[in-house]
Design a protein around this ligand. Sequence first.
Ligand code: GLU
Length: 307
Amino acid sequence: MPSIDKPAQGYRGRFAPSPTGPLHFGSLVAAVGSYLDARAAGGEWLLRMEDVDEPRTVAGAAAAILHSLERLGFAWDGEVVYQSRRKPLYRAAFERLRLAGAVFACACTRREVADSALGIDAAPRYPGTCRNGLPQAREARAWRLKVEPGKVCFEDVLQGRICQDLAAEVGDFIVLRADGCFAYQLAVVTDDAEEGISHVVRGADLLDSTPRQICLQRHLGLAQPTYLHLPAAVNAAGEKLSKQTRAKPIDVARPQAALVAALEFLGQQPPADLQDAGLDHLWRWAIMNWNRSGLPSCRFAAVPEAY
Ligand code: GLU
């Protein structure tokens, strides 16, 4: 298991928000956690806009998120990467899977798989209808990865050993959607490898996606980054913060208040006067005092009342 105290050498981390709305407390926590873990290790921190899901992307949201991150005093390395401009990379990864016979064309509509037994996340588990060829007179809509029975396991720095039997819990999953968009799972794996990301620090709402990503890395012969899944912020109803659950945008007029709240959520112990300190001072304190051992190892935690 990777050590909780000592991040590895040659650290390159990233923050990868989906521009579906403004920065909210849940995404702020992922930004703060990934930034501090990288900077405390003397590492780089890259920014990627995950706008591969074009129908869900909201015009102006990427610019608004960047503006908020700037106002909060984040400093990223290099140019911001946009998934919408990297389709040839995803196409090349998809072609490698196709040539290796790892994917198959699927004609099923959402309605046709809706009655299947439920897998992880209460999503229907693909019953394998088109695995051995398209049914007569049906056309390919999406492409799925063939998953093999057996557990995919990894050591999460914070959550410990995580195992998932993809065949039993997820089923053959989509890598190229019926609407022509590459699936998040394929895009994120391609980007993490292409950008040389060594550490993925993100919310534990993505923990269940990680075995799918590792499975793709293995098929594509890509290095597996170290994973650290932070507690994901949930509202009073236990729902993940998002635009759908009407999460409030972070008030960047009061950056210190939001950052201190995120530090506290992450089990750090900011001194009371940090609220009134300059942003430079706040960030210096946070980097110097970043303490992985203080992180709560739960998957979900309640968002503070003000957020
Ligand atoms: N774009 C994803 C989100 O905003 C994060 C993906 C990741 O960090 O791997 O939830």
